[in-house]
Design a protein around this ligand. Structure first.
Ligand SMILES: Nc1nc2c(c(=O)[nH]1)N[C@H]1C(S)=C(S)[C@@H](COP(=O)(O)OP(=O)(O)OC[C@H]3O[C@@H](n4cnc5c(=O)[nH]c(N)nc54)[C@H](O)[C@@H]3O)O[C@H]1N2
Ligand SMILES: Nc1nc2c(c(=O)[nH]1)N[C@H]1C(S)=C(S)[C@@H](COP(=O)(O)OP(=O)(O)OC[C@H]3O[C@@H](n4cnc5c(=O)[nH]c(N)nc54)[C@H](O)[C@@H]3O)O[C@H]1N2
Ligand code: SF4
Ligand SMILES: [Mo]
Length: 862
């Protein structure tokens, strides 16, 4: 029997499985496995250092930082025995041919940011989840007791089987996400993750297709260029003459390893900088940018005004448009458009108002976006006449209602000025500049099996309103079988590498939904706010405690080795160990025996639970040999890579997105082979309800009024301020929230303009209640002119800390965000109207008064 047939049979057996056989198998498996091999509660042992060791008494291990943080840098662990005493970063010595202090334009160091340098405090934090825990109180109450691994995994596998038996193949919602997505082996991810593989093979999985980070931007890049690899490497920015930072603050929100380094080179060579953002960012300050404050969510209107100016002065790059673009103007419309259901208007006709009688002039735009028409014209002139110019349209403005229209409109500007495919220009968008060989764990046709796939921000709505939910409300991805359009009856959630209760929108709706479920499982390294709502907490070790290789984050052509630096703390295990052991248990309980575990993790035996290292090494080595060396023509052998710690690709020329398409005439990977300002896909859709979008989307970029904005005069009567929720400097979303030093360095606060603060009688440091119909939070204010009037800036990712009234004393803006879906799947994180009032209630920046301890979770029922 071939391996393919073999797995097919497993899958079909798992699809057919009947309750009686499950029960029988459960009893048999329990008898066979027993519990002995898996229970290992170590005695607690404490010791104190007498002499603080100096560096030469420490062992040095080169490794890398993890998580979904915007970049990938070198961390160097200095350890004594099994304890990391200190962390440092790249100093020039760790790359091939390096020496102390080496830091060149070609090969700059990969130096860590404040979060990476603080990592030691995360490893040894009081909030580390060290033992399996089982809930004893009500869900969300935060009361747990310690359990053995055996008990926890028995509970999870039994419940999984029972839920599938009763509710079918869509009943478990996979909410794994990017906490561990940038390692090649221990992966959390919707598409290539370890959890999805297990639940899919078990044939009980609803997956979540829209990504919080950049769904608007992704759909835009896919429609326009046919790929999300629209990025240029950061070193190309050093060649720009003009950089327009449109909702982009890389000094603060990382987007690549050495972005600011290359921007500094550009500045030294005379590049001009413009920043379009409701807040005056650190990046704008550092590069002395022309700051253009804009009403949040109105960027597409401003860009339309710029396009009008460029067209009406004839400043567009017409030869570029004629050759490379579809649908920019009547000349570049395809023949089929005239008879398509949804695609008869070209972009230029829309901009000039040919059919709707409304030219999108700078004056028209100024009314909507609040930027003076003269400034819109000045910027349009500058952009159209400076070559090369990089208009970097980032993800924040796209993380909003109809966010995809912002990125599509930006692509139209990039294309009409011919700034695509040229050194120093920019086509981003998503900005992915390299496709790494990203998967070392088993990866085959069984890795991403799902029985429903929903818009990720709709899960709570689906649970709360089931069965009265339409396919468009759920944002169901179409299927070609009988499950097409079937809204899932979600009965359980699995979190792996995600703190989604904290991180998705409208937390109050999520809390209502989570209380209705039958099983909530959380695999994590710390006790997160989501974890407090789980039934079972499974402790996972950090990347310092397991073997892997780190991938760069969208940009950077390199790999960094991640050896196991110390043994796992407490009883923590790797995700792969836990899922493998679960697979063995499920297999044995459902009549499939050990085969299920073997297929799930083909290089391992069940002893993987006790000794993962040789298997992990085998996966990584095979990945290096078969993928990196064979496919990417890397000559460095695995052992040398392990010794050095870093492999950097040397490129023959700076990597510029779409350079070959423009210079060599290679077609773009779109239906037409051109840059599609008119989307071939959208123009031909006639039944929107049958698509994952659910609702109509224009075929060309257009300005669409968001759900809420400063222009909604009725809504503003109750909620006059627009809140935006950018990413925090000191955290990776919710990770590092509990690090006291980082909280001290970057306290959580909401920025508000001086005029608004005066009206409300507020001074810096005073605590306010911020509220709307969805929720209430407390946060101290920071009064500043760096934020435009009418707008408040509250970073995402703080751990919720709800009081008895349901007010979040920790200031998490996701109590206020809406879960209403944008058709293309953009999360509306930056589309929030709120009101603000002074309060005497106490803000609680951490978990308790000392702001770092979770003793209230562990202090009972142990
Ligand atoms: N208001 C607002 N909300 C936002 C955003 C916003 O702009 N505004 N941004 C959104 C964006 S872009 C994103 S990407 C999401 C992020 O949402 P999440 O991915 O949920 O956020 P993180 O805080 O990074 O949580 C990752 C979790 O993974 C855990 N983890 C890390 N490594 C491992 C591992 O190896 N194994 C396991 N099992 N767990 C691990 C961490 O401890 C952490 O709890 O947040 C979104 N939320
Ligand atoms: N330090 C740090 N770096 C990170 C992360 C982190 O958590 N911390 N997370 C990583 C992840 S997962 C992601 S997805 C990326 C996110 O990267 P981005 O999406 O680029 O980051 P944000 O900080 O959300 O937004 C960037 C800027 O957009 C502005 N902005 C918000 N709304 C609007 C608007 O309507 N119009 C305009 N013009 N500007 C607007 C914000 O003020 C902010 O300055 O960052 C990555 N890098
Ligand atoms: S940017 Fe990311 S990878 Fe780099 S040091 Fe900071 S947290 Fe680590
Ligand atoms: Mo993200």
């Amino acid at each position: 029997m071939s391996i393919g047939q073999d797995i097919d049979e497993i899958l079909s057996r798992s699809l057919k499985i009947k309750r009686r056989s499950i029960l029988k198998a459960c009893a048999a498996a329990a008898a066979a496995i027993g519990t002995g091999g898996l229970v290992r509660i170590k005695d607690a042992a404490a010791f104190a250092y007498r002499d603080y060791p100096t560096d030469d008494a420490l062992e040095t291990v080169v490794t890398s930082c993890a998580h979904n943080c915007g970049s990938r840098h070198v961390l160097v662990a200095h350890k004594k025995g099994n304890v990391i005493v200190r962390l440092s970063s790249d100093d020039g010595t760790h790359q091939r041919g390096g020496c102390y202090g080496k830091d060149t334009e070609e090969e700059p160091q990969l130096r860590a940011c404040l979060r990476g340098r603080a990592y030691r405090e995360r490893i040894y934090s009081a909030e580390r989840l060290l033992y399996p825990m089982i809930r004893v109180g009500e869900r969300g109450e935060g009361r747990f007791r310690r359990a053995t691994w055996d008990e926890a995994l028995e509970l999870v596998s039994d419940k999984l089987i029972a839920i599938k038996e009763q509710y079918g193949h869509q009943a478990i919602l996979d909410q794994s996400y990017a906490g561990a997505s940038y390692g090649v082996l221990h992966k959390s991810d919707q598409i290539e993750g370890l959890q999805g593989r297990l639940l899919g093979m078990f044939a009980c999985r609803t997956s979540s297709w829209s990504v919080p980070s950049y769904q608007g931007t992704t759909t835009s890049s896919r429609w326009t260029f046919g790929t999300i690899e629209d990025g240029s490497e950061d070193d190309t920015f050093a060649h720009s003459k003009l950089m327009i930072l449109w909702g982009w603050n890389p000094a603060f929100t990382f987007h690549g390893g050495n972005t600011v380094y290359y921007m500094r080179l550009a500045k030294q060579r005379g590049c001009k900088f413009v920043c379009i953002d409701p807040q005056y960012t650190d990046t704008a300050a550092v590069f002395d940018a022309w700051w253009i404050p804009i009403r949040p969510g109105t960027d597409a209107a401003m860009m339309a005004g710029m396009a009008h100016f460029i067209f009406s002065r004839g400043l567009q790059d017409q030869p570029f448009i004629d050759k490379f673009v579809q649908g920019m103007d009547p000349r570049s419309m395809p023949d089929w458009a005239a008879t398509s259901p949804n695609g008869r208007e070209s972009f230029k006709e829309y901009i000039l108002g040919t059919h709707d009688g409304r030219p999108k002039t700078p004056e028209w735009a100024a009314e909507i976006c609040g930027v003076a028409a003269a400034d819109i014209e000045k910027l349009a002139q500058l952009y159209a006449t400076t070559k090369p110019a990089a208009l970097k349209a980032c993800w924040g403005p796209g993380r909003a209602a109809y966010g995809e229209q912002f990125n599509r409109m930006a692509a139209a500007l990039q294309a009409m000025t011919g700034n695509i495919g040229v050194l120093g220009g920019c086509a981003e968008g998503v900005g992915k500049a390299w496709h790494a060989e990203g998967v070392a764990h088993p990866h085959d046709q069984y890795s991403n099996i799902w029985f429903a796939s929903i818009k990720s921000d709709r899960w709570a709505y689906i649970v709360n309103n089931y069965p009265n939910v339409s396919r468009e409300e759920a944002g169901l991805w179409p299927r070609d079988d009988e499950r097409d359009g079937v809204v899932p009856n979600i009965r359980g959630i699995f979190w792996q590498g995600s703190d989604w209760l904290n991180q998705l929108t409208n937390i109050n709706a999520e809390i209502e939904a989570i209380k209705k479920l039958d099983l909530v499982v959380c695999l994590d390294q710390t006790i997160t706010p989501s974890g407090l709502y789980a039934d079972v907490l499974l402790p996972i070790c950090t990347h310092f405690e397991r073997h892997d290789v780190a991938l760069p984050w969208y940009k950077g052509h390199y790999y960094i080795h991640r050896p196991k630096v110390i043994e796992p703390l407490g009883e923590s295990k790797t995700d792969f160990q836990v899922f493998t052991e679960l697979a063995y248990r499920i297999g044995n309980k459902t009549g499939m025996g050990d085969r299920f575990g073997q297929v799930y993790n083909p290089r391992a035996t069940r002893d993987y639970w006790n000794n993962p290292d040789p298997v992990d090494e085998a996966y990584l080595r095979a990945w290096w040999d078969d993928r990196v060396m064979a496919r990417q023509h890397v000559e460095m052998p695995w052992n040398e890579f392990k010794r050095l710690g870093i492999y950097k690709f040397k490129l023959e020329r700076p990597h510029v997105g779409f350079q070959d398409q423009i210079e060599q005439g290679i077609p773009f990977p779109t239906a037409s082979g051109k840059i599609e300002i008119l989307s071939s896909e959208l123009a031909r859709i006639d039944d929107w309800a049958k698509t994952q979008y659910g609702y109509p989307i224009p075929s060309i970029p257009k300005w669409i009024e968001p759900f809420e904005s400063l222009n909604h005069h009725e809504k503003r009567k109750r909620h006059p301020y627009h809140m935006i929720t950018p990413h925090p400097r000191n955290r990776t979303h919710s990770i590092f929230h509990n690090i006291a030093n980082l909280q001290e360095a970057c306290p959580h606060e909401m920025m508000i303009n001086r005029v608004d603060a005066q009206r409300l009688g507020l001074r810096t440091g005073e605590v306010v209640e911020v509220f709307n119909d969805r929720g209430r939070i407390l946060v101290p204010v920071y009064v500043s002119q760096r934020c435009m009037p009418g707008v408040v800036v509250c970073p995402e990712g703080t751990w919720i800390d709800l009081d008895d009234e349901g007010i979040d004393r920790g200031g998490n803006p996701n109590l206020l965000t809406a879960d209403e879906p944008s058709p293309a799947g953009s999360f509306a994180y930056n589309t929030i109207l709120v009101d603000i009032r002074k309060t005497v209630l106490e803000f609680r920046p951490g978990w308790d008064e000392s702001s770092v301890s979770r003793t209230h979770v562990f202090g009972r029922d142990l």
